[in-house]
Design a protein around this ligand. Structure first.
Ligand code: ADP
Ligand code: MG
Length: 699
């Protein structure tokens, strides 16, 4: 049994009637010549360990070796294959000079240049050979420096006509990929076509296996069609899973939750501020959805600090007023605890907390309360929607920071409250295309302004060579009683390095400022980290050194300074999130971005943009263009599959086609029982949307 990408839904064996795709799902180490080391290198470039992951590792370009010019006619600088006879060797006159072999084809002379003499020595004068490689010139003579191929002239088939260029990593060589790929291609079973016949005719697309062969072992240049077909496979699999989830969400009758307004009024009184205009509008939109007898699926989008949590809380109270339960799911334990504190402060009914670290009697009591309906409000992590958690009557589920939850999680969540309304909150303005790929159609409410009384945050850039000056400025701020976040470098490759860097900084600052300094990072025990955050929130420590655990949503209104060490290593949207941690109270706030000396131009431009704008939409857009959509959705953290073959931006047209195709197919054949439906199930398994297929069959 294998566990699917979300790690939540076990993937059981396929029903016997379908073609056996197990060899494709097997680990790549099953292939000859692929040992543990090679498999690890392959996994690094393909993003997976299975044979299928290898097959999805499509070439980024092709080297064409079909050009067979004469020496005289060869265009310098291009890849060519020459049919020549070896004339003589010119051994180097210094040990560092290359070895030269002179060849001719009767139209002129060329030189093969070798930096490793062993290869040259095998070439006997008089031998007839085919030699292929990129040509160059040396003193007016055509050369091929370290040729890619040298084969006997009577074995031309040993020079590949078109050679795929697969993305590689250090230590991984094309011939290893090719050797494994040829075996992998042979393992593809006979598969029925899952695409609509008319579509296949119109696009003149090859079949699935043919497309993979055309890309990995091309005889002629594959053109764009094989890749487009495979991209469409992936997009359709994804759209089907989403459409299915969506239609299930919609088809279940919802419930009308109208509420009395009583709890909400009490909450607003204890909150003590007026709603912003956007909050009022968003809440009215949510209320209308909740009052209607259909299920709500709404996205609440608003920049950091725009007050989404308050809106969500008031929506949750409406569910409770209507006699139902409401749950708020946060992406991390820290955030869950913080939301829990926020809700407890303003809600007139008790709020339960359910996270992975809550165990034993406390957990049992929450679970019993949820099942019996005693617990009306609950905040937690994804623990809220795992097996063993049942709700007596879930009316509203709120998901914070939506991009970290995949389709499978939504399926699980959907199972908890048959008619529950769903509100998704995000600080990341997601382009429409991506919204479509993540959620399908959904309504959107936007919080356009921030609550009044915020002072704008002043952002400045400082080279790390000015670290002393920055530390002295911090000394003055601390003496004024201010509170400072100091976020230390993010080193992408290793969380451990992040922590080492944070700890180094902590030691340095602690030496200067003593026990006014605290530290919080992801590797600490939850209790220790929570205690560090709490001490900072209470003002017992004034400067908190942290890794990005403070990135999303940590709320300490008294903090007025954010220092980001090695700011160039962070994404723009992430820096904006970090900056959003300050400027929440009345004090003038500052964000200091520390960077390496001699920053590259693009890095400097990014930081300057951040300095000059506070508009999350402008920043997200720039980030999207600089880093691409995958990264923006945070797939690395979330463990969601990235796109292997499709690029939702490049293939936007195909994405919309797939979205319509999926809707039509499920309308005609809701359980995928037609011949095409059966074939589509194979597609879904190939692209790991198996969880959706299983729920679909279970009805
Ligand atoms: P978001 O979740 O959108 O990042 P929060 O909900 O955490 O923002 O709100 C940020 C801060 O603004 C919190 O301290 C919250 O109490 C405060 N806040 C929210 N709405 C209002 C309002 N209408 N008036 C004053 N303060 C508000
Ligand atoms: Mg928030």
């Amino acid at each position: 049994m294998r566990v699917t990408y979300s790690g939540l839904v076990p993937d059981t064996t396929p029903p016997p009637a379908q073609p056996d795709i197990a060899p494709l799902m097997a680990p790549a180490t099953d292939l000859r010549g692929v040992g543990a080391n090679t498999a690890a290198l392959l996994a690094r470039v393909t993003g997976g360990t299975r044979v299928l992951d290898l097959l999805f590792h499509v070439p980024e370009s092709f080297i064409d070796r079909r050009d067979r010019p004469t020496i005289r006619a060869a265009t310098r600088g291009q890849v060519a294959t020459l049919a020549v006879e070896v004339v003589r060797h010119e051994s180097p006159n210094s040990p560092r000079a290359p070895w030269r072999v002179i060849v001719t084809d009767g139209t002129g002379f060329a030189e093969l240049v070798f930096f490793k003499p062993q290869r040259a020595q095998a070439l006997v004068p008089g031998a007839k050979i085919l030699v292929s490689g990129k040509t160059d010139t040396y003193q007016d003579r055509l050369t091929i420096p370290h040729p890619d191929y040298i084969v006997p002239a009577d074995q031309p088939e040993r020079v590949p006509a078109l050679e795929p260029v697969w993305p590689l990593t250090a230590g991984l060589f094309p011939n290893q990929v090719r050797g494994a790929m040829v075996q992998a291609l042979a393992l593809i079973p006979d598969l029925p076509e899952w695409h609509d016949a008319a579509l296949m005719r119109r696009e003149a697309w090859p079949g699935f296996a043919t497309a993979l062969r055309a890309l990995h072992t091309p005889i002629e240049h594959p053109g764009a069609k094989p890749r487009a077909r495979l991209a469409y496979d992936e997009l359709l699999a994804h759209q089907l899973a989403m459409t299915w989830v969506r239609s299930r969400e919609k088809s279940r009758p919802g419930r009308a939750q109208t509420g009395t307004g009583a709890l909400r009024a009490q909450a607003l009184t204890s909150f003590g501020h007026q709603l912003t205009a956007s909050q009022t509008t968003a809440l009215a939109e949510i209320d209308a959805d909740m009052a209607a007898p259909m299920r709500m699926l709404r996205l609440l989008q608003g920049d950091v600090g725009s007050g989404k949590t308050l809106v969500a809380t008031l929506a949750m109270l409406r569910a409770v007023e209507s006699g139902a339960q409401a749950a708020l799911m946060a992406p991390t334990e820290i955030l869950a605890r913080q939301h829990h504190r926020t809700l407890e402060k303003i809600c007139p009914v008790p709020v339960a907390l359910l996270t992975g670290s809550i165990k034993g009697a406390a957990r049992r009591s929450v679970l019993l309360g949820l099942a019996a309906g005693r617990v009306k409000l609950v905040v937690g992590t994804h623990a809220l929607f795992q097996d063993g958690v049942t709700y007596q009557d879930l009316g509203l589920a709120v998901i914070d920071e939506q991009h970290r939850f995949g389709v499978d999680q939504r399926l699980l969540m959907g199972g908890k409250g048959a008619a529950a309304d769903v509100l998704v909150m995000t600080a990341t303005p997601i382009p429409r295309t991506l919204l479509l790929t993540q959620w399908g159609e959904m309504s959107v409410s936007r919080l356009l302004e921030k609550p009044a009384g915020r002072t704008p945050i002043r952002t400045t850039l400082h080279s790390l060579s000015q670290l002393e000056t920055v530390i002295e400025a911090m000394a003055r701020a601390l003496d004024r009683g201010e509170r400072i976040f100091w976020v230390s470098p993010l080193v992408r490759e290793s969380e451990l390095l992040d922590i080492a860097a944070a700890e180094d900084r902590y030691v340095l600052l602690r030496r200067r400022f003593g026990n006014r300094v605290g530290i919080a990072h992801g590797q600490q025990d939850t209790a220790i980290r929570e205690a560090a955050l709490a001490a900072f929130a209470r003002g017992e420590t004034q400067l908190l050194v942290a890794t990005t655990v403070v990135e999303v949503g940590v709320d300490v209104p008294e903090a007025s300074v954010m220092v980001v060490d090695h700011a160039e290593r962070f994404g723009l949207a992430q820096l904006h999130q970090l900056r959003g941690r300050v400027g929440r109270g009345a004090a003038a706030s500052f964000c200091l971005l520390l960077h390496e000396d001699g920053l590259p131009e693009t890095a400097r431009r990014r930081l300057t943009l951040l300095r000059d704008t506070d508009d999350g939409f402008v920043i997200a857009d720039a980030d999207f263009r600089i880093r691409g959509p995958g990264d923006m959705l945070g797939k690395r953290q979330s463990g969601q599959p990235g796109w292997r073959l499709a690029d939702p931006v490049e293939h936007e047209g195909l994405l919309h086609m797939a979205s319509r195709d999926a809707a039509l197919l499920l309308e005609k054949d809701p359980k995928l029982e037609s011949p095409r439906g059966e074939a589509v199930k194979i597609l879904m398994r190939l692209f790991e949307r198996g969880a959706a297929v299983r729920t679909l069959q279970a009805g």
